[in-house]
Write a protein that binds this ligand. Structure first.
Ligand code: BDP
Length: 719
């Protein structure tokens, strides 16, 4: 062999280990390196029956062809004649063959959006059928099928039906029209509003592919702190261009509505929801939106919250506002998603209680077609929160879950934090709304109260960084949101495993340690940031780094000191009857569990109790010692993560290996920063020494308090 040829082959065989910028996410489709498996798959898949020529089925066919080409290293030809190894794609309506080989009950179980994967013998040939009642289901089936190959699972025999448990599976982008992203840490917005509608970036298609591959079926393009211009013709035309790209992928576009839009862009004097001119304005606006985007998903609204206008400006309720919009939107088939994230400066009550106080009395007052979107916890996307007391408390109203994928409170895009354990912890929490086993999941998927309108949203962590999410591992949080919205019975471990196998590698030597690292990463972060139920003690405004001492915010409940209440006696927010009594918002069983110092899980202790510094914890340590123990354990665990990662060298591409390595370096530094700053600060109240054996912080408290970050990312600015 000539030298150049040798180098070429050398390069080819190693190229999967070099350039890998993360752009392909979990849809890498690299050739399967296990030869036996490759041969097995190749013999089972020979050709593809041409699918009907609708946009979605053609999209499914293309995805399957390019996926198989990559994975098998050869083209699977389109061939109308049935052969051994044929793959058949379509719905029972587009293919009579499908109707004859797939049992009707399996199709029925797939519902409107699900899919069936079925191996069968047809005219004496072994075939694989990928089908669903609707075309989007076929596409979901294709992605699932490709996932089986990417994760090296068996594809014969198959008799598998899957249907989503939740109807609206959405991303919420907090993207502004000037392309800044509120709380975005992965570059600027991927929506290039300036070049839309004429220039369609390839990214829009790849975004749609990625979402469809995990079952996400809607995207709210714009920030909840909304700009009224979003609803002007210029921007509707741009949104329509995106909707056009997303449509074949089963993804609908939604927009955020600024409540005062009738004044700002409609030249009305008021935005009062009971004013007939305002109602008429919204109806016309809805007609206009649907004239550009016939399958528009609906409007998401943040009203009377953190300075946003809303119905209360006119003495009306949230229900009045939502219903007015519903009257305009629902006749076209859309929904109104009204956020319950409200708390008021004027209300002196515990911020924990305010959403419940406002919304619970409105149960039953919302029109059909309105969903109330509730954050997973009562404060604000903290590393750990108890479940929001509204779940299970508004039986007559469909409640939608809102998670935050972007790591505003979880170390930005520099910390490796796998969020699925946070998501599942909340879903599995028991609300006791209808006795035992009334988990949050059942309140969200509609089974608890018999709602058919259901939803789950994640605040997107996507930007124009080459790898989409900034941190290679942050992609897993996007992935997990989609998978859990589809099936909340999946475990965080299952989701991590399939994500790792697709995104990085299938070797057990990689999958095992990396999965373990991901699964413990959230607890690790809780330990070094907010252990034992501490919350909201981050830097003011930008939310970067620790600032438990901060007390200068213009409103009390933006100050960390409001939340931790450290004093010479102890630490934590008393939310029992002796304190703010927020616990009364939960069902008795939950209130009793959390309300009793003995039974309250220690992970939630300081959420609900002001605990004496020398209180004996289950470990036998005092509260002060336990706090130190958690902070030090957390920071040490990041060191271990780095060691684990170092052991992965050579098992994956150099590029992502090095990126993660550097990011873990930042995370380790910042974990130590959190630990030192918090321990030194709380020590000024406990007045107790650092327990023996702990390394002393290398800086003073004053040093940590003096740090300033005027250019911390993610502040946005909605122009
Ligand atoms: C907070 C964010 C703020 C958002 C707000 C919201 O700091 O930027 O606008 O949530 O959800 O956590 O509306």
């Amino acid at each position: 062999m000539k030298k150049t040829a040798f180098f070429f082959f050398f390069f080819l065989s190693f190229c999967s280990l070099c350039a890998e910028d993360g752009y392909r996410l979990w849809l890498r489709y690299d050739k399967i390196s296990d030869n036996a498996l490759l041969q097995q798959y190749s013999s089972q898949l020979s050709s593809l029956l041409p699918a009907a020529s609708t946009p979605t089925l053609q999209t499914a066919q293309q995805e399957l062809q390019s996926g198989l080409q990559g994975l098998l290293g050869k083209q699977i030809p389109l061939q109308p004649a049935l052969a051994n190894g044929s793959i058949i794609l379509g719905t029972p309506a587009t293919s009579s063959l499908i109707a004859s080989v797939v049992p009707a009950r399996q199709l029925a179980a797939a519902g409107a959006e699900g899919f069936v994967l079925q191996t069968a013998v047809s005219s004496g040939k072994n075939v694989t059928v990928i089908t669903g009642n609707k075309e989007a289901g076929v596409l979901y089936g294709v992605f699932y099928f490709l996932r089986l190959l990417q994760t090296h699972q068996s594809i014969r025999p198959l008799a598998f039906t899957s249907a989503p448990k939740i109807g609206l599976r959405l991303l919420n982008h907090w993207d502004n029209l000037n392309r800044s992203v509120e709380r975005g840490y992965a570059g600027i917005s991927i929506w290039d509003w300036h070049k839309l509608p004429d220039y369609l970036d390839r990214r829009y298609t790849d975004y749609a592919r990625a979402n469809a591959s995990i079952g996400i079926n809607g995207t709210v393009l714009t920030n909840v702190n909304a700009n009224a211009l979003t609803l002007t013709k210029d921007y509707l035309v741009k949104a329509a261009a995106l909707a056009h790209v997303f449509r074949p992928y089963g993804i609908k576009v939604y927009l955020t509505a600024r409540f005062s839009a009738p004044i700002e862009i409609g030249k009305l004097k008021t935005a009062d929801p009971l004013d007939p001119a305002v109602q008429q304005w919204w109806k016309q606006k809805a007609d206009e939106i649907y004239s550009y985007i016939p399958d528009f998903g609906g409007l998401l609204v943040k009203a009377n919250s953190e300075g946003q206008p809303g119905p209360q400006n006119y003495g009306r309720t949230h229900a009045d506002g939502a219903n007015m919009l519903a009257d305009a939107i629902t006749p076209h088939g859309g929904v109104v998603i009204w956020r319950a994230f409200v708390y008021s400066n004027e209300t002196p009550d515990d911020r924990f209680k305010q959403a419940y106080n406002e919304f619970k009395p409105l149960d039953g007052k919302f029109r059909k077609g309105v969903l109330v979107q509730v954050k997973n916890g009562p404060i604000d996307f903290q590393p750990r929160e108890p479940f929001h007391p509204l779940f299970g408390a508004m039986p007559a109203t469909p409640l939608m879950m809102e998670y935050q994928l972007t790591q505003e409170y979880l170390g930005f895009a520099t910390h490796l934090v796998y969020e699925a354990p946070l998501f599942t912890e909340v879903l599995q929490a028991d609300t006791y709304a209808k006795g035992k086993r009334s988990e949050v999941a059942s309140a969200i998927d509609g089974t608890l109260e018999g709602h058919s309108l259901t939803g789950m949203a994640g605040v997107a962590n996507i930007g124009n960084d080459r790898n989409w999410c900034g941190h290679p591992f942050a992609q897993a949080n996007w992935y997990a949101l989609g998978r859990l919205a589809w099936d909340h019975d999946l475990s965080a471990a299952q989701i991590a495993e399939e994500w790792i196998r697709q995104t990085f590698a299938n070797q057990p030597a990689f999958v095992g340690p990396v999965k373990a690292m991901m699964l413990s990463s959230r607890e690790t972060m809780v330990n070094y940031m907010t252990p034992l139920g501490l919350h909201h003690i981050m830097g003011y405004g930008h939310h970067y780094g620790p600032a438990p001492w901060y007390n200068q915010a213009p409103r009390a409940d933006w100050n960390p000191v409001y939340f931790h209440k450290a004093d010479s006696l102890g630490l934590g927010f008393d939310r029992t009857a002796a304190g703010s009594n927020a616990l009364a918002q939960y069902k008795d069983e939950v209130a009793r569990l959390y309300g009793n110092l003995q039974t309250c899980p220690e992970a939630f202790l300081l959420w609900f109790h002001h605990v004496p510094w020398n209180y004996k914890m289950k470990s036998g340590r005092t509260l002060w010692e336990e706090l130190c123990y958690k902070y030090y354990t957390g920071a040490d665990s990041v060191k271990q993560m780095r060691q684990t990662w170092n052991g992965m060298k050579g098992l994956i591409d150099e590029e992502r290996f090095a990126q993660v390595n550097m990011l873990l370096g930042i995370q380790e530094k910042e974990a130590i920063w959190w630990r030192n700053a918090c321990v030194l600060y709380f020590q000024t109240f406990s007045r107790m020494p650092l327990p023996a054996g702990y390394e002393k912080p290398d800086q003073s408290l004053e040093y940590y308090q003096s740090l300033r970050f005027p250019y911390a990312p993610g502040i946005g600015g909605n122009l």
